[in-house]
Design a binder for this molecule. Structure first.
Ligand SMILES: CC(C)(COP(=O)(O)OP(=O)(O)OC[C@H]1O[C@@H](n2cnc3c(N)ncnc32)[C@H](O)[C@@H]1OP(=O)(O)O)[C@@H](O)C(=O)NCCC(=O)NCCS
Length: 173
């Protein structure tokens, strides 16, 4: 089936569209992640060796399907990154976010300079965040463990289930 989405690095010109997408997705995001309308402006300032952001766009109408950070990038013997993501209305729950995340995992494992040349990716999801846990499993991430009080989100330290995938396990390469 032809891909419904494309993935690219964000630019200054995307800030307004992402802002609108976050605002209309407020109730969808709020239980699990902070709702930050200007998230992209902040992320663009922080792009570098340890953080790379991707946006997922609908091929048909150019709308913003979602955003994914590859954060905590560590090189050396680890070559590891952590994926953090939000999908946006009206595309959430249509399978487009999963298509985009597959393309992003491809990019993460692809050698530099086209890809990020990483070897291991991690996803951390609150155990009750069933849609995020389903995303991790759909992408083939293994459940590696449980991390109590791992991340400070929406005013409290939240427990997370930790999922991981290494390049050897990824069917895309
Ligand atoms: C977690 C999150 C990113 C998952 O994204 P999503 O929008 O559910 O992703 P998709 O659109 O790919 O959804 C896949 C779902 O669409 C369904 N679907 C509908 N049409 C589909 C199609 N044509 N092809 C594939 N799947 C389709 C799938 O069955 C699946 O549903 P299920 O999870 O109930 O089985 C999203 O729920 C979100 O942003 N949540 C709020 C913020 C958040 O939790 N972030 C992550 C913190 S760790």
């Amino acid at each position: 089936m032809a891909p419904r989405v494309l993935v690219r690095a964000p630019a200054e010109a995307d800030v307004a569209a992402v802002r609108a997408a976050v605002l209309r997705s407020r109730e969808h995001i709020a239980p699990w992640n902070p709702v930050v309308p200007d998230v992209l402006a902040d992320l663009l300032r922080r792009q570098g060796d340890q953080l790379r952001t991707f946006i997922i766009l609908d091929r048909a109408d150019g709308g913003i399907v979602g955003r994914c950070n590859v954060a905590n990038i560590v090189r050396g013997a680890f070559c590891n990154g952590t994926l953090g993501y939000d999908s946006y209305l009206p595309y959430a729950g249509t399978g487009r976010m999963t298509e985009g995340m597959r393309l992003i995992v491809d990019r993460c494992f692809a050698p530099e300079p086209d890809g990020l040349g990483l070897h291991r990716l991690e996803i951390n999801a609150q155990p009750d965040n069933l849609r995020s846990v389903a995303m991790a499993r759909r992408l083939g991430f293994r459940h590696e463990g449980f991390s109590p009080r791992m991340l400070y989100i929406n005013g409290a330290w939240r427990d997370h289930d930790r999922f991981a995938l290494t390049a050897e396990e990824w069917p895309g390469l």
